[in-house]
Design a protein around this ligand. Sequence first.
Ligand code: PLP
Length: 401
Amino acid sequence: MAKNSSRPIGRHFLHIPGPTPLPDRVLRAMDTPVIDHRGPEFAKLAKRCLDGIKTIFKTTNPVIIYTATGTGAWEGALVNTLSPGDRVLIVETGQFALLWKNMAAKYGLVPEGISTDWRIGADPAAIEAKLRDDKNHEIKAVCVLHNETATGCLSPVAEIRKAIDRAKHPALYFVDTISSLASADYRHDEWGVDVTIGGAQKGLMLPPGMSFNAVSDKALAASKTAKLPKSFWAWDEMIAMNKSGFFPYTPATQMLHGLATAIDMLHEEGLENVFVRHNLLAEATRRAVRAWGLEIICRDSKYYSPTVTGVLLPEGHNADAFRNLALERFNISYGTSFGPFVGRYFRIGHLGDTNELMLMGALAATEMTLALAGIPFKKGGVQAAMDYIVSAEKPARAAAE
Ligand code: PLP
């Protein structure tokens, strides 16, 4: 936006790693009169959502839909399955892992962290070693973030399942997919996850305010004896009422209209294509960052995130000042920084209803802001991203001809 403009011109570039830009079709679906949440029309809508969301988590078991942000679904996973004093193992990949760990402590659980330098994902071998040490099986749950939004590191969920099995440990396995669901490949049943936590406002292309627990039979069995207090988060009443298409309390009807449409849109594109698109945008972003001569926060390519890239600025340059300048001058929002590198990096979100040109706009804004801010960098990041997008497209075009 030009400095002397009294209004923002054009659309805001929302490139935080969620909430993500809402597709107009989702907005239109929500722009409808509120219906009776105890009536037959609602039951049809709810069943569409409750069945549809299973196809996104890739599960045949129930998925609980909470009227709450992702934090609520974290809480749902803990309180339904665990008892005071239970030990839980949490891989400290970044800020969001830390918040989940703190929540566990507030509930009287005994969280134990596997620390990292916040530049990698969870290491299956480190989890296996911890579980092998726990001879008496006191650890009741292993908690992992599929995608650590704070750093842009993706963890190998299926490999971690194998590590838990190798250790012959009975702990439940909880995975947070808040910033990876409907953006990165994910298979709740096949990968043997006991509770998957999801959120609406990222890959699902919805506003914030809805979150999910996908559950395994083992998690459901644990919920029968778990002693942590629960009421709003309780699965049993929810699952019982969901069977007829209703909720124990007033659900977020407008969000459910949006969810039904978002699920349709994901399947129209095809989930595999959704994942390919996210990988393409992520790799284009990383190529831009490298061409600028800047460092990616995720330091090991095997953990690269398809949804968010953290960009480290050179020593002596403040990432918050950079973000403020980009917002003021180009009407773009990037994600903020946390932890050991607070103030030193910014995050480019490239997830949800985002296409190549939206990304190119964001990368162009980044390159221009680097120049305006006087940050030392090499030109050519935008070009490198374009070259990559074109090169990725060429084989498919040739095959189609
Ligand atoms: N987990 C992850 C990976 C997140 O990215 C977030 C939020 O961005 C949360 C949990 C917390 O979710 P919410 O802010 O929706 O409560």
